[in-house]
Design a protein around this ligand. Structure first.
Ligand code: N01
Length: 535
């Protein structure tokens, strides 16, 4: 590592996005590039989220980079849904293979970035007080990287240990013989429950909102499937680029109303047996027609009632208040089954909410639950949180915090008006979390790389969008969301509703990855329409 502090480009974050951005800028464009990473290793999400049961909800053969044919051919996944350690091994392999570490500064948290218009440079400050500058600043900070520990009174009094799933200790946590309380039943909590239950003496699950879940049916990959993936890599890549959510399966073209009730039930049963996120592809109208969605919801609630033996627990787990997949649909490995174990208990917080944490455990309005360990599976200050914990100032000192006071406003999720030469990989207003992440990351990184190459080739010093373009894009993002059932889950993190005081704005672009890609390509082909160039 050199001691230079002036770069062509600085990338913040060394997860899937930052690593590929480094490859593109350094190796394809020849830019002097530095990646700044808060952790002491690569991996981003997969570096931090080491909680029990952490595995990917995308199928392994689609949850990888496709930019390098050689990389695709040489890497082999072991399971249908890879576990966190395997994904982290993959990302470390990528870092080694492409010799990335020499340009990544680890243990380096960016605290501030300031645009100097006179010099046309971004000045970046780190927690250790280092100062660096660059022409192009690219955030690759993830959408779900700012842990949300709810402000429940009394946490400081708790005598036991507590952990947030997104900041899990690297040495692991031993639950043996412990009374564990888990708050949160989102995708993370649903993965963690069955694994924690295996060793904890008692596991009490505090559920505020009941959730659907479809079995993952995870299994080791067969040699035939591994061979299929290698032989059909280009087809798999093309499918992920064509489908609205970037997954390697097509959404059925039929409507719920094209088939009889019996046929529908049989199709849901088949999808349940297959498992995974693919369940929502059973019919094309599940996310746009509430009555159609009700049929899937009824099927899934019936499954919960059939799995969970205690009727009161089953009723609380199946009492779901939002359409299926209006919140990010979890997939699980024996989540509902875990409630049949004698050491797992459900506390329904809707009737009796948490009042406080005491020295001994969690106190709801109904009872106090003595605990040795509390696990917060309470999610993230999603999409905007990672930006807001940095002090980013653009043209004329405009703070990003102020520009986004009423919610994030971007053009294409790629740029913010008033922040020249700042690009935001999978930023708010892009498909990101509604899509299989590596697919949208590759698209964003390649678009940004092509854009910077264009600017350099044409001696253009700055690229910047305008308030008007951001306004139009935000309106389009809202229209896309409102054409679906997604806004009907009023408490979802897609809307920022999980963080008290956060503006309620639908943040990801729900128009689908294919449409989004076409829009971005169209913008580029029209000489970056919607952006202003400066010399
Ligand atoms: O977080 P969440 P997550 N008192 O926000 C509850 C991705 N992911 O970490 O719904 C009591 O979904 C909250 O209750 P409610 C995926 O995109 C991916 O589970 O707000 N409860 C909810 O039950 C996912 O969507 C994978 O009423 C409180 C839970 O905590 C995203 O990460 C795996 C509370 C939070 O659920 C986030 O999932 C896992 C409080 N004060 C996650 N505050 C893979 O594919 C919050 N809750 C690998």
């Amino acid at each position: 590592m050199t001691t230079t502090t002036e770069f062509d480009a600085i990338v913040i974050g060394a997860g899937f996005a930052g690593m590929y951005q480094l490859i593109c800028l350094r190796d394809r464009l020849g830019l002097k590039t530095r990646v700044l990473e808060a952790g002491d290793g690569v991996g981003g999400t997969w570096y931090w989220n080491r909680y029990p049961g952490a595995r990917c909800d995308s199928e392994s053969h689609s949850y990888q980079y496709y930019f390098s044919r050689e990389l695709v051919q040489e890497w082999e996944w072991s399971e249908r849904y890879p576990q966190q350690p395997e994904i982290l091994r993959y990302l470390n392999h990528v870092a080694d293979r492409f010799d990335l570490r020499r340009d990544i500064e680890f243990n380096t948290r960016v605290t501030a970035a300031r645009y100097d218009a006179a010099a046309n440079r971004w000045h970046v400050t780190t927690a250790a007080g280092e100062e660096m500058s660059c022409t192009w600043l690219i955030t690759a900070i993830g959408c779900l990287s700012s842990a949300n520990v709810p402000n429940i009174p009394g946490l400081a009094d708790f005598k036991g240990d507590w952990y947030h799933t997104g900041q899990w200790p690297h040495e692991g946590v031993d639950f043996t013989g412990k009374r564990v309380g888990q708050i949160g039943t989102g995708s993370t909590g649903i993965q963690a429950v069955p694994v924690i239950a295996e060793t904890a003496a008692e596991l009490t699950v505090f559920q505020r909102t009941a959730n659907y879940s479809v079995p993952a049916h995870n299994a080791p990959l067969s040699p035939e499937f591994k061979r299929y993936v290698k032989e059909h890599a280009d087809d798999i890549r093309d499918t992920t680029r064509r489908t609205p959510n970037g997954h390697p399966f097509e959404i059925a073209q039929r409507s719920v109303w094209d088939v009889s009730a019996e046929e529908r039930e049989a199709l849901y049963e088949k999808a349940w047996e297959k498992g995974g996120l693919q369940f929502r592809a059973t019919f094309q109208d599940l996310l746009v027609d509430k009555a159609a969605n009700d049929t899937a919801a009824a099927f899934l609630k019936g499954k919960i009632r059939s799995i969970v033996k205690d009727p009161a627990t089953a009723a609380a787990l199946a009492d779901i208040d939002h359409p299926y997949a209006a919140k990010r649909p979890p997939i699980d490995s024996f989540y509902f089954e875990a409630f049949n174990r004698p050491n797992v208990h459900l506390v329904d917080l809707r009737s009796k909410p948490i009042e406080r944490i005491t020295a001994n455990g969690v106190k709801t309005s109904g009872a106090e639950y003595p605990l040795d360990i509390i696990v917060f599976a309470t999610g993230f200050d999603a999409m905007t949180g990672p930006f807001m914990r940095m002090d980013i100032a653009g043209r004329d000192g405009l703070k990003l915090k102020d520009a986004w006071a009423a919610g994030p406003r971007t053009y294409l999720g790629l740029q913010v008006a008033g922040f020249p030469n700042l690009f935001t990989v999978t930023g708010p207003g892009s498909p990101s979390v509604l899509c299989n992440m590596p697919v949208c990351i590759e698209q964003h990184v390649e678009w940004i790389t092509d854009c910077i190459a264009h600017l350099r080739a044409n001696n253009i010093a700055t690229i910047e969008t305008s308030d008007e373009e951001a306004e139009k894009w935000v309106a389009h993002v809202n229209d896309a969301a409102n054409a679906t059932l997604l806004p009907m889950a009023g408490h979802s993190w897609y809307l920022g509703a999980n963080v008290p005081g956060k503006p309620r704005v639908f943040m990801p672009y729900a128009g689908g990855m294919l449409r989004y890609r076409e829009i971005c390509n169209h913008v580029a082909a029209r000489n970056y329409a919607g952006f202003k160039f400066g010399t």
